[in-house]
Write a protein that binds this ligand. Sequence first.
Ligand code: AP5
Length: 216
Amino acid sequence: MQDVVLLGGPGAGKGTQAQILMRSFGYRQLSTGDLLREHRNQGTELGKAAEGYMKRGELVPDELIIKMVEGELRGDSAVLFDGFPRTVAQAEALDALLQSRERGLPKAVYFEISRALLEERMLGRWTNPRTGRVYHEKFDPPKVHGIDDQDGGPLVQREDDKPETIKKRLDVFEAQTMPLVAYYKQSGRLAAIDATQGVDAVTHALLHAIDVDHGH
Ligand code: AP5
């Protein structure tokens, strides 16, 4: 299996899909957002350096992110890059890194979805900070409000899922990450999927886009 970049705005469903593919198809999820939140919770130097940017909904500087990903890229499993790369400099660095490790260049899948739906998805999101499992109060509610169905742990709302920060994150995505659609298209590595559909339909489209045989 090939490494895959999940490319899409905040709230597009990248993490939701990465968790499904990880559980059912043996991919490894590498989410730079989750890794940064772990660093922040553990109070590491990187976590402290990243905190302000994350709170404001801005991107953490490329050099910090690239160094973090370099340290995380190990093992033979195909990787789903979730929330990375987010700038052209990060995409170039990822290509160079994968080539230096003799892994092929990744394919990118762009999650197409409107800004209004992204806002709605983020505003209703509840996450289990321990496992990364996400719920949505309208689209995928837990059986008991605030409690994970699977492990009974508490669900929290993310600090950056506030209306003002959501707007900033969407603006940053449009200005700094959208150019990656052209970056991957130019090298013939881009597939686009309709991310407005329900979770199962998006999984189906994603598996089709990355050529994984899923028995349908
Ligand atoms: P990060 O954690 O990456 O956040 P993000 O990109 O904003 O992505 P999200 O996690 O918000 O969305 P998602 O697409 O995973 O959606 P989800 O599956 O949860 O980044 C946070 C911050 O860290 C950044 O702002 C930045 O500061 C920093 N950072 C991270 N990476 C960086 C990098 N590479 N460079 C620089 N800075 C970086 O779904 C959302 C909701 O919708 C959930 O409630 C879910 O239940 C629901 N849902 C999902 N799919 C569906 C569906 N098909 N139908 C209905 N509901 C659905």
